[in-house]
Structures are given as C-alpha cells and as structure tokens.
Design a protein. Sequence first.
Lengths: 557, 347
Amino acid sequence: MSRELFKFKGGIHPPGHKAESTGRLVHPAPLPKKLVIPLRQHIGNPARPVVNVGERVLKGQLIAAADGAISAAVHASSSGIVSAIGPACVPHISGLPDECITIETDGRDEWIAHGPLDYQALAPADLLARLRDMGLAGLGGAVFPSAVKLDPGAALVCPTLIINGGECEPWITCDDMLMRTQADAILQGVAIMRHLLGSSEILIGIEDNKPEAIAAMQAAAAKLDFAVETVSLPTRYPGGGAKQMIETLTGKQVPSGKLSTDIGIQVFNVGTAHALARAVHHGEPLISRLVTVTGHVLRAQNVEVLIGTPFDTLIQLAGDRDGTTGVLMGGPMMGLPIPDTSVPVVKATNCILVKSAELFPPPPKALPCIRCTRCADACPAELQPQELFRFAKSDDFGRAQEYHLFDCIECGCCSYVCPSHIPLVDFYRYAKSEIWARERDKRAADLARERHEFRLFRQEREKTEKAEKLAAKAQAKRAELAAAPTDASSSGASEADAKKALIAAALARAQAKKAETTPQNTDNLSPDTQHEIAEIEARRAKIREQARKPLESEETP
Amino acid sequence: MPSPFIIDRSSVTQIMAWVLVALLPGIAVYVWLFGPGILITLSLATVTALVAEAAMLKARGYPAKPFLADLSAIVTAWLLALCLPSLAPWWLIITGTLFAIVVAKHLYGGLGQNIFNPAMVGYAVLIVSFPVQMTQWAGPLELTLIEPGAVQLSLAQSAAVIFGGDLPKATLDAITMATPLDVLRTGLHQQLTVDEVMTQPIFGHYGGIGFEWLAAAFLLGGLLLWALRIISWQVPLAFLAGIWLTAGFLHFFDAGRFGAPWFHLFSPSVMLCAFFIATDPVSGATTPRGKLVFGLGAGFLTMVIRTWGGFPDGVAFAILLMNLCVPLIDQYTQPKIYGAARKEPRA
Ligand code: SF4
Ligand code: SF4
C-alpha cells in the first residue's frame, strides 16, 4: 500500500480471538416466535408507534415513525400480530425497561410491497427523509441516525468519506464476514454515500488481521467507475474508533468538542453502507443485521438476525455450554453486560459474547496506583488517566473536568494495561454521571429560581398596575368633585363615595411610593431574567455538547 | 462488573520482580569487587523491610499478603543496601531500612502514596546522623591487588565486621578505603588539581577503579528495564544529561578544580540513581516533559551538592528535593490531549 499512514497515540494489542467465529458460513437465524422491537434503538428521539395492539403487520412495515430531526423509524422484522406495546427489557446501559413493540410472528415472513428507489432522480432532501423512514442508523455501535450524517449541511460537500472496516475489538467478526461475503453490496452503499456527500476521496480502512476482507474489498473496488482506496491498517485497538481511523488515514485529529465533518471527513461503518444499499436498491428497511455469537459456545458463528430476536435464541443456536459466567453485548473492551438474556437484538448489537471463567477470569484485587503512567501511554485520547482516577476517586469533579474527563471515550485501554488492576473506566463513568446529575440538579434549581423570580415580578407588576389604576380613578374623582363643589344635590352617598375614593387614592399613592422605593424590579428584572435564561441556555448547550461527545465517536471500535 | 472484561497480564509484582532481576548484574559485580559482604547487607535489609512492612500493614489494618507479595518493600531494601557502604554495621542497615519503610512509606500512606523515595529517605537520615559509619567502604578488588597489605574480605570476615560492633579505628582503617569521590574531594581541599588527584591508584579509565565496572553493571540492568518498557527513557537520559552538562560546564570552566564529566557520570551511585532511583514512578513526575524536567533537575542538583555541598555524594538529597517539586512539575507539563489545538498535524 503506497498510502502514507499516520500513528495515533496509545492503543493496546489484546489477543484477537477472531478465528473462533470466522470458520462457519454466515446464515440466517431461525424466525423466533416473538419479536420484541424497541422504539429507541438509535441516538436521538425514540420512534413514535403507528400501529395498535392486535393489528397484523407485514415484514418491513413501518411500526413506529421517526420523531424529530435526530431519530430513525422502526419496522416489523417479520409478519405477525402486534401483541403488546409497552415497556420491556432492552439491552441498555441503564438496565431499565424501555418502550417496545412486541410481534407474535406468524411464520409466513410475508413482505410488505417494496421496491428500489431511484436515488439519483430524487432530491437529496427527499432521499434523506426516505432513509430516515427506512430506519437507517450506524451499525458500528453508536447507532447515530444515518440520514443526519449523510446530509453535508451548510458545507454542501464532505470531501473525504471513510468506510470503517477496522473492527478492532477482540472476538467480533461481523464486519469481517460482511466484507468477505458482501463486498459488492457495501460498495453500492458507498456509491450512494458519495452521491449524497459529494466526496472526492473515499478510503476503506481495514485492520491487517483481516486479509480475506481486504482482498474481497479490493477486488470489488476495482470494478467501480470511481476511485476507492482500500487501506490495510496495523492492528491496534482502538484503531477502529472513528477518531483513530481518521488520524491513521489522514494524519488529522478531530478538534476537541467538534465533529469530524468540521474537518471535512465523514466516517461510516461497513455495515451501515451495506444496509444503505439494501434500503435503496431493494427498498428494504433496516430489519436485520449480522451478529457474531462467540465466546463460551459450542459453535461460534456469524448469523443474519432479525431485529427483535431474543439473545437466548441465538446463544442456543450457537450451542450454550455449562460454566457460562455472563453475556456481553459487544466486545470485551467496551461491551455491555447483559444480565437478562431474553433481551432482543437491536440495531447496535454487533456481537453476543458468552463469558466463562476460563476465557474471562475475574480480575485480581486492585492495588493502589503506583503512578507508572502505563495508562497514559495507552490512552488514545492522550489523557492522564492516573490523574483522572485520583480526582474521580476523591470526588474532585472540577479538577477531573479540567483534566478533560469528557474527552475520555471509555475505550478501556487504561484499565487493560494497569498493573495495579484498577478498574479505571468505572471511576470515569462514575465521575461523568455525577457531573451530569449535578448539572441537571443545578439546571432544575435555576429553573425554579427563574420561575420564582418571574412570579415575584408578575405580582409586583400587578400591584403597580392596580395602584396606578386606582390613582387615576381617584384623580378623576377629585377633578369631578372640584368641578362641582357647590352641587348641593350631591347626595350623602356620593360624598361618602368621594371620601372612599380619596382614602383609596391616598392608599394607592402610598403603595405606589412603596413600589418605587423597593428595587425597581420592573426594569431591572427583565434583563436579569434574560441573562439568566441565556445562562441556562448556555449551560444546556454545553450539556448537549457533552452529550454529543459520545455521538461524535460515531462508529465505536 | 462493567467493561473492559480483559486485562493485560502485567502486575505490580511482575514489575518489581524485574527491577530486582535488573539489579542482579550490579550485585554480581559488587560481590566480585568488594567481596561477599554485600550479600549480608542485602539479606539484612530485606528481612528488616519485610518485617517492618508486615507490621505496618497489620497496624494500618491492611491484609499483609497481597501487599507483601508486590515486592516493593524488597526493592526499597535492595536500593538502600546498594547505596550503603559495603562494610556498614548491622544497626546502620536496620535503622535506614526501618526509616525507609515505616516513615517514608507507611506514614505517608503506603504503596503509591509516598511523596519521597523511601530508599533515599533512609539514606539521607543515615548520612546526616552517622556520617562516619557511612564511609566504611572496603577497597575494590583491583585496588586490593595492587595496594600492599590490602585484602578482600571473605563472607565470614565481612560478617564479623558488619556484626562486630564498633571496631578499633586501626582495624577499620586497615580494611576500609576512601571512595573515589572522597579522594577527589579531599585532594581538592588540599589544593591539589584534579589531574594531580587523578594520578592516585584509585582512579581508573573513567571513574574510580573498579567502581566504573559497577557503574557499567547498573547501566546494563537499567537498559534491560528500558527494553522491557518498565522505565521510560526520559528520566535516565535527562538525569545523565543533567550530570554531564553540569559537570562538563564546570570542567570546561576550570578543569583544575572540577572533575571531568565522564568521571562523574561513571560513578555507581549516578548509574543506580539514573535507572533505578530517579525512575521510581511513585515519587517521580508522570508527564513526558515532566520526567525530563525531573531528571535534569536531579542531575543538576546532584552535581551542585557534590561540588559545593557538605556531603560526598548528592544523589539522595537531589532526588528528595526533586520529589518535593513533583506536583508542580506535573501541573505545568500537562501534555496536549487528542484534538487539542496544535500548530500542525503530527506525523
Ligand atoms: S496504569 Fe494503573 S498504576 Fe499505573 S499510573 Fe495508571 S492507574 Fe496508576
Ligand atoms: S478509557 Fe478514557 S482514559 Fe482510559 S484509555 Fe480510554 S480514553 Fe483514555
């Protein structure tokens, strides 16, 4: 490969364990009796259900529509009857149940009418809307809605398009197998991406522990009428992280707090490209994906799985064994522990990794940090993990943020190398969630204060208005009285009225005076409040920005 | 338990074990040069350190086993033992080791918490309190061969000296010799020039005769640690550069009054410090640039103390002074993180 490669800092070389699951042919998983399809499988707003319980749905039918700009639709993965809409267990960090649509399948797997899109004839905005409605989201792990990423926005073009076939996490091989078997389809998807983004440079980055995939992609790329460079990258975790792949291929770093598109680069996972081709050329929404089932199973393999299929069906398919100590979604470095294996496969499920005590021995007891800085040497975000650890442990969140806690991508390299076996990433997650919680509380408090101050302001204003009205009325009355001083016919009642009015006027004046001497809320409060609102907004924007950080590292390794 | 679910095989025990292994060439040369007495010193320091460590762990309510198994106490003991004169009396060895483990390590919070390098604290306490006993060096083998009447002590003889209590001054004088640094120092005090002092038999090619072999053996062990990535290149290189540059500057300035940079570089204490003591992670700087500052500063201070201070060797005080500066050094040398503004893309 003639291309000059760059080196990202840090990284580790964990044992790959890829061969276990690449020996068997990819085949579709059997149709389960029940599909549980979560409404929130992507980053952004959850989809809105558009079907009712008891309704019959067809395979590929829209069952929940995208809601808002950052969202993606959800479809029935097979035909059947909607049996429930409501909370169910899902594979998510929070461990909380989430809204799902459950379908009792009828075994007929009957497709809804569908057909190819002429993407070149469609206006980009229409095409993007169609893709959003096809439920496309990044399949590398971060599941960001693809339609959003395929919109070059104000820049109009995104010069560099990187297709991520890095797959640097140990054990996972679904992208590898997809590239080996579906190279042409992946490149069809790349052609559509190129069409939408107007990219002039297209690079496919694949770690060099996947020679078959590299060969397949090169052969397929040679048939294209535009240039696509397949680049073999040195195998080093997390080389498949979007930021790391960008640096390896281009030598550029995504500026802290910005998106890769700010430097003219967009990154998609190979699986996303494949799903895009299926959607455009066959009209198939995203209802299935390749999943690696591996680890402590009899027949580790890759299967084509309908979204909504329960984990345990797949583990049984691969042959469950005695001595299982747990199940992960994803790889051993960043994977998510799944306590309940009845949860469904979602768009983000790239791997089901079954643990055993031999394959994943529990870590030895942690010792104190000896400041050896191995963690710093391994950190791809170029942080000082030992300092972050010190601050997080002592609840010194301010210092932790000063030392760029939120630039930590939770890749786990630091924990992996630490000779004291400190679970460093746990401390960072803890610190982050604490900071988020505090920000949230502070925001709530600010809002409450803002509301309280507005109420005071309103009361004050009402009082002043009332006083002014009364004063005006009294003035009028006095003028009236002055105008007819000798009117003998003025009844006692009217005299009494006048007296009352006078008293009221005096009271009003006194009150108005009081209002004057109290701080002039009427004028000052409003800019104050405005400022406060602006401050709140700024804080919110910051939190949003922080929340975007994980999004930014799009296709997780 | 959340991610990651795999870890590297390395451990603190493994790191410490490699440090001990890397000290073996130095110990072997030491035995060859100064006789087997050092083995007694090493054993005595090791036993004292382990007993003190176990007692302190118990007193502080920690489980003794995992912490004793980390071998860090033994590393401290060996480093201190190798700094002590070869014929140091038993109580000197025990006092130094106790200070290192009890005060410098555990009273500061134990493994990973100590601000000062424990071995250097032990050494500093001894040299301040017992300056005379801290000069009881036997003559190196090469010198005992040429010096009339001098002999190398056997293990039993060494034991007799170490455990024998205070020896009559005449006996002591017969078996001990001034170290090259002391000789240079005394000579300079007597208004001799460096060249004149260097004609004495205790000086070899670069450093003191025999001592330079010991320095080379420590260098070898240090290179092993570097090859295993247990130590970084920054600290040793910067420390040696600090010594060489300071000594070179002084020597260039007045070659008659200041020893040659090679002489200073090839002393065992400098090599031991460069690769085994200054590189102690716990009490050293952590950032790459900070390590350079730490090493350079320690080297410079060592030379300043050697030249103008009241003690023959300045390594221990230089390290302790730099230990004090570590929080500051770290704070001002924080490296740029990924994605921070840079002048140009890095290759
Ligand atoms: S790797 Fe572990 S022991 Fe070493 S500095 Fe980092 S946290 Fe401390
Ligand atoms: S988890 Fe965070 S601190 Fe640790 S190596 Fe990865 S980015 Fe660095």
